[in-house]
Design a protein around this ligand. Structure first.
Ligand code: MG
Ligand code: MG
Length: 269
């Protein structure tokens, strides 16, 4: 069942997503070679709690951390570890909070300075795919229009692999609501987008094949071919006058521009 949100509820969700975006921006300033994922996770948890939020992922089905942190060939759902970051790491960070009873959910993939040009391109294309998905989130369209926009850009135009096993989702008073928002699909198919629907759009894009496997930690999803993967996510409200992006990646770009260890992958449209 799809829960349509009132404008008041959407404004509360903007607050939740602003806290997520501020947390990701804070992380964008913290990431340094030699720092560990576990330390960053602890600082992010304090940041969320200091701002009145609750980390949404901690304890979710037993997940042990506040952030999902997925490096290099890890796609999503990685557990922050005690291993130090290296100058050639790709670090995807997914952050969720609960604030005022509503969930915020967004993700960003960071690149340390020595990642390959191919990896930087993967990040920019995945980010652009997210924008294309958001642009299709308009009243009267269907979920399949979003899915198609993302898939065709990543697979047909760029030859990347779109992960099939994991999808975006409705978001609100629960972290995962209906409808599912796949990153692959057919134009004009799937649930109709009506005013007040709020969805997390989150392309997970592999440089190589679409195939994935799960690590024996019970969480981490890895590419089967060991090639890198990228993940960007926005929470988006569908409104009369167009998509309203509730999370804000520009806050993250600002912090990254001031962090010499992280590549600026901001894109202009
Ligand atoms: Mg997320
Ligand atoms: Mg999500």
């Amino acid at each position: 069942m799809i829960y349509y949100k009132t404008n008041e509820e959407i404004e509360l969700m903007r607050e939740s997503n602003l806290l997520v975006s501020k947390t990701l921006a804070y992380i964008g300033g913290l990431l340094k070679v030699g720092e560990t994922g576990k330390t960053v996770d602890k600082k992010a948890e304090s940041f969320i709690r200091d701002h009145g939020g609750i980390p949404a992922f901690k304890g979710y089905r037993g997940f042990p951390a506040s952030l999902c942190m997925s490096l290099n060939d890890a796609v999503v759902h990685g557990i922050p570890s005690e291993k130090a970051f290296s100058e050639s790491d790709l670090v995807s960070i997914d952050c969720g909070v609960v604030l005022n009873g509503f969930y915020g959910d967004a993700a960003f993939t960071f690149a340390f300075q020595n990642v390959s040009d191919d990896s930087k391109k993967l990040l920019r294309v995945t980010r652009e795919a997210l924008v294309k998905g958001v642009e299709a989130a308009i009243v009267g369209n269907r979920i399949g229009d979003i899915s198609f926009a993302i898939q065709s850009f990543c697979e047909r135009v760029h030859g990347y692999g779109i992960v099939r096993e994991l999808v975006g989702h409705g978001v609100g008073r629960a972290l995962h609501e209906d409808p599912e928002v796949p990153n692959f699909g057919v134009k004009g198919k799937g649930p109709l987008l009506k005013e007040g629907i709020v969805i997390a759009i989150e392309p997970m894009v592999n440089m190589g094949s679409k195939s994935v496997k799960q690590l024996n930690d019970g969480w981490t999803i890895l590419t089967r071919d060991g090639k890198p993967s990228a993940h960007f996510e926005h929470s988006v409200a569908v409104k009369k006058n167009g998509p309203d992006v509730l999370s804000d990646h520009s806050l993250i770009d600002l912090e990254v521009k001031n962090n010499p260890e992280i590549v600026d992958i901001s894109i202009n449209f």
